[in-house]
Design a protein. Sequence first.
Length: 114
Amino acid sequence: MSEDLFLKIINREIPADIVYETDSVLGFRDINPQAPLHVLIIPKTHIRTINDIRADHTSLVGELLIAAAAIAREHGYADDGYRVVMNCNEAAGQTVFHIHLHLLAGRNLNWPPG
Ligand code: 5GP
């Protein structure tokens, strides 16, 4: 899968169902949802994997979690609960190499994950 896919969504070169946006972060519905609410939250800055996060990204990465909580709250899942997941590299299932936080809500989520 193209490493530039999410940059293309940021640049509106391909469509997405955007549910959250700030100057630095974008949230949009996953094209293949794994729960009634499945949103991908990405930084507008390209960071390839969690391994590439640097100290100067600290605030930006924190904003991904702020966004997740805001989106969950807006959709009524803050109290019932939700899950946030980040996959790093192939063994964890990362397929798009621009870091993204999965926000999943709206069904019971088992643990441990698959
Ligand atoms: P990963 O497997 O890298 O953790 O997650 C990548 C996610 O991107 C997958 O859940 C996949 O369904 C989603 N995805 C892949 N291509 C597109 C796309 O073109 N649009 C949207 N909205 N999601 C996509």
